[in-house]
Design a protein around this ligand. Structure first.
Ligand code: HEC
Ligand code: HEC
Ligand code: HEC
Length: 442
């Protein structure tokens, strides 16, 4: 038996999801069904489906607010493997991802919450979402002996970092600054950004030189991060891995107050020097792009509609909410909004028409903690989005009687109401968009 009850687990999850969002999405705290723990499907549906979906497509009710997006298991593409580029993962890789979690994302470590047998059961369960596992076998890569991180190795690593052009995506100093390519997409159509190499605690595959060496050899399937097993000398990969491990700065939680202050001052300067680039990254990682772009029934952003709003969300009890058009259109978007208007909306939940937003679905209380430089960067970036005409309807609150009856069932009957995200555009630009008015996920 797990040490925590399903109810507590959900509360913990909510806290983590909210922290990942930097906000208050209290609606995630739905009570889960109390499935018998021997039943792996029941366990999956209760513990994993809120993000990965009952059908494994990665579009569970919580997924809409998460960046990176939860894995879609149906294509059999896995990022963190010990196997060759393009290959399926080994069972051990799936076990590791579930047990240790993926640091820096909403995918938490389940070891301690679930038993080893349950984790292995789930690793087998997620495989059946993809037909690939029936016909292909994983190609294991073997690792050579580690090379110690001597000053000489670090020098060679720095040279290899340059010759292998890692900086094209990660920036010359590994911080992303000066990268040639900053608008990267994964195979599922989500915007992603190359890891910040000075923050090894965010490496999802682990931050030691051995972890990094493995990542460089296998690449990260489904993302632009290439595999170097065939294109670089094995020794050089150890040198680069040593070099990257040496770039790690002290994490904030180990710094004293003066060091923290210096770090943020330096960050603010970087943000001030290139606010639009910083704002673009923030608008992806804070989920603005996720919620403010309408999607089709396959969860892909409708062509040309990124940031144009119109994604409809139904929060039972509270009503239907349609996300705002964040493009610079004068009539239907943010074109005529002042910086103050935007600051009020993003950090205080006050819309331009003076009405107040609930703290969900948009977790504006979390955005209240953005530093002024980051907030300005987000606003500066929003200003650069070309105008798209898409008039957004106001929220539709349910009639009082329906509200009372739903609330009653929820509180007293313990009925579990999902958040429903609708496919299609609920704005004026395309009510007949593909899949319109069909629930994308419930
Ligand atoms: C709060 C949301 C959330 C929940 C709940 C969750 N996951 Fe995940 N999971 C994610 C995200 C996000 C990713 C992808 C992170 C990335 O792309 O780096 C992921 C990735 C994965 C991966 C892929 C690892 C790889 O190498 O590509 C597996 C396997 C996985 N999850 C299994 C599970 C299982 C099993 C459960 C239930 C015990 C679960 N997840 C619950 C969010 C979640
Ligand atoms: C074409 C662009 C590109 C190039 C070139 C590239 N990377 Fe990456 N790298 C990425 C992206 C994108 C990610 C994040 C993938 C994700 O979000 O899952 C990443 C992630 C990483 C990570 C984090 C791994 C983890 O466990 O989370 C490391 C370390 C890394 N890269 C190192 C390197 C090094 C060293 C090189 C050169 C030898 C390199 N990268 C070349 C795009 C690139
Ligand atoms: C979880 C989904 C979600 C996320 C994440 C999200 N929003 Fe929103 N946002 C909404 C919804 C829904 C509304 C409309 C709420 C209403 O009408 O009551 C909204 C409204 C707004 C408005 C108000 C526009 C007006 O009418 O004045 C602005 C501005 C805005 N969002 C900007 C952002 C920015 C910037 C981010 C990222 C920092 C962001 N949002 C992240 C869902 C989201």
């Amino acid at each position: 038996m797990p040490p925590v009850s399903p109810g507590l687990r959900w509360t913990a999850l909510c806290v983590i999801a909210c922290a990942a969002m930097g906000g208050a999405i209290a609606v995630f705290a739905q009570p889960s069904s109390t499935a018998p723990l021997t039943d792996i499907k029941g366990l999956y549906d209760a513990s994993c489906a809120s993000c990965h979906g009952v059908d494994g497509r990665g579009s569970g009710p919580a997924s809409v607010a998460l960046a990176p997006a939860p894995r879609d298991f149906t294509r059999g593409i896995y990022k963190f493997r010990s196997t060759a580029s393009g290959s399926l993962p080994a069972d051990e890789d799936l076990y590791r991802a579930i047990a240790r979690g993926l640091p820096g994302t909403s995918m938490l470590a389940w070891k301690g919450i679930l038993t080893d047998a349950q984790i292995r059961g789930l690793a087998a369960y997620v495989k059946q979402f993809s037909p690939r596992f029936a016909t292909e076998t994983p190609t294991q890569l073997t690792a050579s002996q580690p090379i110690p991180p001597t000053p000489e190795s670090l020098d060679k690593g720095k040279a290899a970092y340059e010759s292998l052009a890692c900086g094209a995506c990660h920036g010359d100093a590994g911080t992303g600054e000066g990268a040639i390519t900053s608008s990267l997409q994964d195979d599922w159509g989500h915007q992603i950004h190359a890891a910040t190499l000075t923050e090894p605690w965010t490496f999802r595959g682990g931050g030691t030189a051995t972890d990094i060496y493995r990542r460089l050899r296998t690449g990260i399937n489904g993302t632009p991060m290439p595999a170097f097993a065939d294109t670089a000398k094995d020794q050089d990969l150890w040198h680069v891995a040593n070099y990257i491990a040496s770039l790690g700065r002290k994490p904030v939680w180990k710094m004293d107050a003066a060091q923290v202050k210096a770090l943020y001052e330096q960050r603010d300067q970087a943000a001030a020097a290139n606010p639009v680039a910083r704002g673009r990254v923030l608008s992806e990682t804070l989920g603005c792009a996720h919620c403010h772009s309408p999607v089709d029934a396959q969860d892909r952003v409708l062509p040309g509609m990124k940031f144009a709003g119109g994604l409809k969300m139904r929060l039972v009890v509270w009503g239907d909410f349609v996300t705002a058009n964040l493009t610079s259109d004068n009539e239907t978007g943010l074109g005529r909004a002042s910086d103050d208007d935007l600051t009020r909306a993003i950090t205080h939940g006050i819309k331009r028409d003076g009405s107040r937003m609930l703290p969900f679905p948009m977790g504006w209380p979390g955005y209240a903690h953005l530093t002024p430089a980051d907030l300005n960067a987000v606003i500066a970036f929003l200003r650069t989005i070309p105008p798209v005409k898409n008039q957004i309807p106001p929220p539709a609150r349910p009639a009082f009687f329906a509200y009372l009856s739903a609330k009653f069932q929820m509180l007293i009957g313990g009925t579990d109401f999902p958040i429903v995200v609708f496919a299609g555009n609920a704005g004026s630009a395309g009510a007949d968009a593909p899949g319109a008015a069909r629930p994308a996920q419930q």
